[in-house]
Design a protein around this ligand. Structure first.
Ligand code: SAM
Ligand code: SF4
Length: 337
């Protein structure tokens, strides 16, 4: 391994990890207010001119796919479904050669209406966030009374042919940590693939507390009260979820132990924020400004050089368990989860 970033080829870091999976945040805004993500009043949103335009996003994704070895593109936010140009962006990315796999992480509001157009544009897969099946709890947790819309969104995704349809769930102690088996039963009944994500210190209010966080071990123990779980023999690779066969399979459940079982050593992600900053990690404290360079007239070679340099500096791990850990200045909703 050389001591300087490579001048061509893929996005490799000094530890030899190669980033193939690009997460693109399309907006920092959202129509829910999940308590583990943002405060009730929302956040100071990025102003219009700060956001990458649709064309700028497609240009940077094209660069990543053609010249930097990216093979997976996931659109997220904030809430990506509220970005007006979403369908067009998906279509433009699906037309790239080589065609990347395209996925979306969404809260599901409006997905029932948009899923057919997204599928037709080239979207392959979708992850819908759902933390509870109880309408009153949902309203408390997201501060909006929209459970029925999320359930309609999930059904709409299946009807449109998106596959697999995954559910992302964050459990919080004393809020919804009694629902793990019920959520799995629901997912199995509808053919959704459920994945639990440990709550991370990425909320704007800095309310995360390691001592009360529901751990992967606790999630697995709760699931085992209702189901037999055996390790999925398929290789995990760079996927963050540890997957388990439910009652012998083929159904699966995943647990993403970002905090207690970090997968940083296998991480293959690179991130682009809605205002055009490259981040090597959710927890990075540095960003590299591609928007400024792009608007100053940088050519693809220069943009690729900046992106490679940003990824070269990726740290070995997120260090959440390190006493010196500092939560990044931007919350999850502004980075792109
Ligand atoms: N709005 C979309 C959604 O909710 O799916 C996309 C953005 S959201 C930031 C992406 C994912 O991050 C969601 O599954 C959400 O539950 C998760 N998330 C948000 N804040 C989190 C936190 N503090 N710890 C762990 N996961 C979090
Ligand atoms: Fe919005 Fe997603 Fe954050 Fe919930 S987790 S407030 S849906 S961005």
């Amino acid at each position: 391994m050389t001591a300087a970033p490579p001048t061509d080829g893929v996005l490799v870091d000094r530890y030899g990890r190669v980033a193939r999976d690009l997460r693109v945040s399309l907006t920092d805004k959202c129509n829910l207010r999940c308590t583990y993500c943002m405060p009730a009043e929302g956040l100071p949103w990025l102003a219009g001119p700060q956001l990458l335009t649709d064309d700028e996003i497609v240009r940077l994704v094209r660069l990543a796919v053609r010249h930097l070895g990216v093979t997976e593109v996931r659109f997220t936010g904030g809430e990506p479904l509220i970005r007006p140009g979403l369908v067009g962006i998906v279509a433009a990315v699906a037309a790239l050669e080589p065609r990347p796999r395209i996925s979306l992480t969404t809260n599901g509001l409006g997905l029932d209406r948009l899923a057919p157009a997204l599928r037709a544009a080239g979207l392959d897969r979708v992850n819908v966030s759902l933390d509870t099946l109880d309408a009153a709890r949902f309203a408390r947790l997201t501060r909006r009374d929209r459970l029925a819309d999320v359930l309609a969104g999930l059904a709409g995704a299946v009807a449109a042919g998106l596959s697999p349809v995954k559910i992302n769930t964050v459990l919080m102690r004393g809020v919804n940590d009694d629902e793990a088996p019920a959520l799995l039963r629901f997912a199995l009944a509808h053919g959704y693939e459920l994945r639990f994500i440990e709550q991370m210190p990425l909320d704007a209010q800095h309310g995360w507390d390691r001592s009360t966080m529901v751990t992967a071990a606790e999630i697995l123990a709760a699931l085992r009260t209702g189901f037999d779980l055996s390790p999925d023999p398929a290789r995990r690779g760079a996927a963050p979820a540890e997957t388990w066969l439910v009652d012998g399979g083929p159904a699966l459940v995943g647990v993403i132990g970002s905090v207690t079982r970090p997968f940083c050593g296998d991480c293959d992600r690179t991130r682009l924020t809605a205002d055009g900053q490259v981040r090597a990690c959710l927890f990075a404290t540095e960003e590299s400004d591609l928007r400024g360079a792009l608007r100053a007239g940088a050519d693809d070679e220069e943009l690729a050089r900046r992106w490679r340099t940003a990824m070269w500096g990726k740290r070995a791990g997120h260090g959440i368990d390190d006493p010196a850990f500092l939560q990044p200045a931007r919350p999850m909703s502004a980075i792109g989860g």
